[in-house]
Design a binder for this molecule. Structure first.
Ligand code: GLC
Length: 415
């Protein structure tokens, strides 16, 4: 590694340590002041490069707030913070400490496996996590898998908040009656990079629905105003079940039905293939309509061994249209917006997940290209939340935990 990489390594470690609030890590100071589910899993992977003990603590803290039904919430509000909306009183889930009432992409098992690989001496801690991971995956099957595929009841549950994918489902959500509220995100970063007010009204309407039914997770899926099958979560969950089966075997824990869950979910994937357009696609279960957009969720197909020649062709086309990293939405689509969050920008942590899949599928050249692109973005722009893939400009929050984490584990490591 070059000297420059060494100093970037130090900077990345300093970001993780600086965002550490004692047992959990915030995604970034200010904009995101609590513990987020999948951010934490990536943080653990980052910590595993220099402090495996701290890496396990990160995962343990997250799972200490698992709900009795197995759900692991998307936010744990360890302490109140005025700078974030919607906070604990809006969610009102009745948990102590407060949590949100929805989940987030289940990457934790995949990350736990990587954390163990970094230092196999922590077998007992891994073994203790296995039953909790199993409970969570079973929760997904019970409360979110409908029509054979993993669904989300709120765009935030996908982790890809304002992706174009959700527009078709959100069109049926009435946001006109949510009452007055004050957003906080737009006080931290440029509003042109954030979701719009119309989107926010609907996000809140969905939270109000959940609160109205006391956060009954099965009712949320079966009766809520929004239910969309998400290729991103679908691929991640299959991979997570497979990784959980391996992790359990590695530490001598009971793998339960992890492998069977993966198999069952794989069998349901076909309904997410949009034949007319030739790509994996999100689908609105309320109206049985595809989103009809080549979007970030589809790039995770290789992670679940679901790559297809059409997807390789799409990857090459997308790469031909932007200069930096992988866009989170088809650059040729009229809705592509290079700086608006999940409607175009390249996200380093997401690139790491896509590359993991590409590498496992034997696509080493593509995986390496993604790594080198991501490394260049970080080297030139810093440890930002995401980047404009056309111009390479750093966007969103700075000193981001999962960007620092994937620098240490992947982007900053030339093979
Ligand atoms: C945004 C992202 C989500 C992430 C959170 C914290 O909501 O869309 O994926 O977990 O920020 O970084």
């Amino acid at each position: 590694m070059t000297r420059m990489s060494e100093s970037l390594d130090e900077r990345a470690r300093a970001i993780l340590l600086g965002n550490d609030r004692g047992g959990y890590t915030v995604p970034t100071a200010g904009l995101y002041p609590f513990q987020w589910n999948w951010d934490s899993a990536f943080a653990a992977w980052g910590f595993s490069t220099f402090d495996p003990d701290r890496a396990w603590t990160e995962l343990e803290t997250l799972f200490a707030h698992q709900w009795p039904d197995g759900m692991v919430p998307h936010i744990v509000f360890h302490r109140d913070d005025e700078g974030y909306f919607p906070g604990p009183t809006v969610w009102s889930t009745g948990r102590t400490p407060a949590t949100s009432g929805i989940s987030q992409p289940p990457v934790a098992a995949t990350m736990a496996r990587l954390v163990l690989a970094a230092d196999p001496s922590h077998r007992e801690r891994a073994a203790a996590l296995v039953p909790k991971l199993l409970d969570w995956h079973r929760w997904w099957i019970r409360a979110r898998v409908r029509d054979g595929v993993a669904c989300i009841v709120h765009p935030w549950e996908s982790g890809r908040d304002n992706a174009f994918d959700w527009d078709v489902g959100m069109a049926n959500v009435d946001g006109s009656d949510v009452g007055p509220y004050q957003r906080r995100d737009t006080g931290h970063v440029d509003p042109s990079m954030r979701p719009t007010k119309a989107e926010y009204d609907r996000y809140l309407a969905l939270v109000q629905f959940g609160r109205g039914i006391g956060w009954d997770q099965v009712r949320l899926a079966d009766e809520g105003p929004f239910l969309m099958a998400d290729p991103g979560v679908a691929f991640i969950l299959i991979r997570a079940c497979e990784d959980l089966a391996v992790l359990a075997a590695e530490v001598g824990a009971d793998p339960g039905d992890a492998a069977e869950m993966a198999e069952g979910l794989r069998a349901g994937l076909d309904t997410l293939w949009n034949d007319a357009r030739g790509h994996w696609d999100a689908r609105d279960l309320r109206t049985d309509t595809f989103a009809n957009v080549l979007s970030s969720g589809a790039w995770l197909c290789w992670l679940a061994g679901a790559g297809r020649p059409e997807m390789e062709a799409h990857l090459a086309t997308a790469w031909g249209a932007v200069r930096h990293g992988l866009p989170t939405m088809d650059p040729a689509h009229p809705g592509f917006d290079a700086r608006r969050y999940w409607r175009g920008p390249a996200w380093p942590f997401y690139n790491a997940l896509v590359a993991m899949g590409l590498r496992d599928a034997g696509k080493d050249a593509e995986a390496e290209r993604l790594r080198a692109d991501t490394a260049a973005l970080i080297r030139n722009g810093g440890f930002n939340e995401y980047f404009d893939p056309v111009e390479g400009t750093p966007c969103g929050g700075s000193d981001f935990t999962w960007t620092a984490a994937v620098w240490l584990t992947w982007a900053g490591r030339e093979r």
